[in-house]
Design a binder for this molecule. Sequence first.
Ligand code: UT7
Length: 368
Amino acid sequence: MPYAHITGWGMSVPPKVLTNDDLSKIVDTNDEWIRDRTGIRQRHIVEDESQSSATLGFEAAFQALRVANLRPSDVDLIICSTSTPEHIFPATACLIQDQLGATRAGAFDLLAACSGFIYALNMGAQAIKSGSAKNVVVVGTETLSRFVDWSDRNTCILFGDGAGAFVLQASDEPGGIYGGVMHSDGSGGDLLTLLGGGSRHPATELTVHTGMHYIHMDGKEVFRFATRVMAQATMDAVAASGWKVEDLSIIIPHQANYRIIDAAARGLKMPIDKFMINLDQYGNTSTASIPIATVEAAQQGRLKKGDKTVFVGFGAGLTWGALAVEWTGPLSTEKSVHPERDRLYGRARSLYRRIVRKIEKIIWGRNE
Ligand code: UT7
């Protein structure tokens, strides 16, 4: 059975930064409260329509392909985890596939809220281990700022926009993604919701006026749930891989609240500096937070080939999960790989198909 290695990684955040002081001009809050209760100092948010979950996801995914030195046309499968998709359909994964020029890839979205990247990574790894895919791109992307009620200080201070992506590749060399756990408890579904716009509550004047297109959260209950599950999920993923917690060089948790990560560290009896934390810069980017933190850990030299780590997260649903990973790095050093040239070729094919479809429509329209 092949192993599923993480061989490429990338991230993208919009340039616009919203500081705590900026927020204090919009709602009744202040920098000190936000820093003390969450650890967040600033977040990045999208501006106009040129920035979206698909554009951020594409940028992160293409960076990841470059690190992996892999052509878009080599990708077999794209899984996009998001709670803020571009549309209900088509899937954001298909928009990313088109932008990448990944002409051979299957593509689908997966929704498990802030735990989504762990679920998606696990599914990508399973596709490789079962032999049904060799090269998989897993993307986590969010534009939560588009669904935040900017008059609700309980939620608007927490979230940020961004995307992260990994390339997974098959190899017979041991390493990559080992054991993991995925859990859910729908009885807590009402604790963190965005109810409007789905089939139960399609958009109407009433859903707009009653704020159903915004995120609603019982922060205290979500906090309690998170502190209960993080340490246990980490231990379960480690045990499922035949490792010990002491083997871990670093833990990369979902970046929701410094106090939640601190509670997990205490639960695991590990020093807090073993945890990668960058939520001060980005806020809670939901499913994108783990890959963004991983990219920065790799850039800072905190993740080296052979290091053992655990990704652990929790979120709406309720969902939670963890994956144990031995860090690899790029497998291919082949010089003749040109991801950019290959992408342009894929994009040209996509444009050609669009034109052919338009011409066929005109011809068929005349014949009817
Ligand atoms: O990815 C998963 C997403 N969600 C989470 O991870 C959220 C988990 N929960 C949390 O992180 C925390 O519960 C929050 C950061 C959301 C809130 O922190 P807390 O320590 O649980 O505060 P609280 O809701 O109990 O509020 C304490 C006080 C209240 O005032 P009173 O009633 O004591 O007078 C709030 O009204 O703080 C007030 N408050 C604020 N004050 C200034 C609530 N939000 C703010 C604010 N600025 N932004």
